[in-house]
Write a protein that binds this ligand. Structure first.
Ligand code: MTE
Length: 329
């Protein structure tokens, strides 16, 4: 198995200087953040808890970290973004507990450096990638993506990320790769929540290849110009803004290209409630709650209508032409 090491190729030789400097700053900040870091009721991802954000807890990032001159993605919305406090204190990350305030409290236990992502399955280049090497891709450039993210609640989050497609291209999937599956770290020593069998660990998610290759599907490594707070999925997580938030798997350690449709953690846990596609669709209710309206935080009472594909229909509806989205929920 190919193991790429940061020392093999100096970054300065393969990227222009502005990107190189940015990325070096990020890598240093990620290491610094890591060094500094030292269930009740009916479970369901989305409907059960519609409370308001908890008081602020500072995320575990260094104020000196940053992506000072990243450019704005063309996909960014001009809607007002949520505050860093809201984004980093009202989270779902069951490996750190099932209530919305637990991740901000306990995710500091997660060591995010060194970090690697194993790529396996139907691809010509199976490898264990050090995070630094993923971030050093020749064609890769982080951008700010101000995207709506929706569950029963919604926020607008200024992610720093890059298209998943850029990374997938470097893995060279074969023609047999019809889907890509993702896995989160599963380590009880760092993640107290995995001692409780609320989900079938490790957390896993999947995308069809054309969904994975869509330019709106990103791997996020930061938000608000800083490295990702641990509770938001540091050091690298998926964001698929036209799907419900639970598709956005956090702290990815493994990706596998597969021929058959993989099952996600939520499908395994409640197959009648969660399907593979999980596209935001206001006309298809969850069996236990309506999906017609959402609660844009910090508001109350489902204060706005939910839009088809979370408002990204112009970009993604063609991926599903001819499909019955009531059956393929
Ligand atoms: N990834 C892992 N590994 N574990 C989780 O519990 N929760 C999902 C998703 N990714 C989850 C996860 C759900 S239900 C949501 S809504 C989003 O993360 C929340 O992301 P955020 O906390 O950054 O807003």
């Amino acid at each position: 198995m190919l193991i790429k090491r940061p020392a093999d190729i100096p970054s300065s030789e393969i990227t222009d200087r502005r990107v190189y400097v940015n990325r070096r700053t990020f890598i240093r900040a990620a290491a610094a953040a890591a060094a500094a870091a030292g269930t009740a009721g009916v479970l369901g991802c989305g409907g059960a808890d519609t409370g308001t954000p908890q008081p602020a807890t500072k995320p575990t990032t260094s104020p000196a970290s940053g992506f000072a001159d990243v450019t704005e993605s063309a996909f960014s919305t001009t809607e007002p973004v949520n505050t860093l406090e809201q984004v980093s204190t009202y989270n779902n990350y069951y490996e750190f507990g099932t209530d919305k305030s637990s991740p901000a409290r306990y995710a500091k236990l997660l060591r995010t450096a060194p970090w690697s992502v194993a790529v396996e399955g139907e691809c010509a280049k199976p490898a264990v990638w050090h995070l630094e090497d993923i971030l050093r891709g020749q064609t890769l450039e982080e951008r700010i993506y101000r995207l709506r993210c929706v569950e029963a609640w919604s926020m607008v989050i200024p992610w720093i990320g890059f298209p998943l497609a850029d990374f997938i291209a470097r893995c060279e999937p074969t023609s047999k790769a019809k889907f890509v599956q993702f896995f989160t770290l599963d380590d009880a020593a760092q993640m107290p929540g995995v001692r409780v069998p609320v989900l079938d660990w490790p957390y896993t998610e999947g995308l069809r290849m054309d969904e994975a290759m869509h330019p709106l599907t990103i791997l996020a490594v930061g938000l608000y110009g800083e490295v990702l707070p641990n509770q938001n999925g540091a050091p690298i997580r998926l964001v698929v803004p036209w799907k419900y938030g639970f598709k956005g798997i956090k702290s990815i350690v493994r990706m596998r290209f597969v021929e058959q449709e993989p099952r996600s953690s939520w499908q395994i846990s409640a197959p009648s409630e969660y399907g593979f596609y999980s596209n935001v669709n206001p006309s298809v209710d969850h069996p236990r709650w309506s999906q017609a309206r959402e609660n844009r935080l910090p508001g109350f009472l489902r204060n706005r209508p939910t839009l088809m594909f979370n408002g990204y229909a112009d970009q993604v509806a063609q991926l599903y032409s001819g499909m019955d989205l009531r059956r393929n929920f």
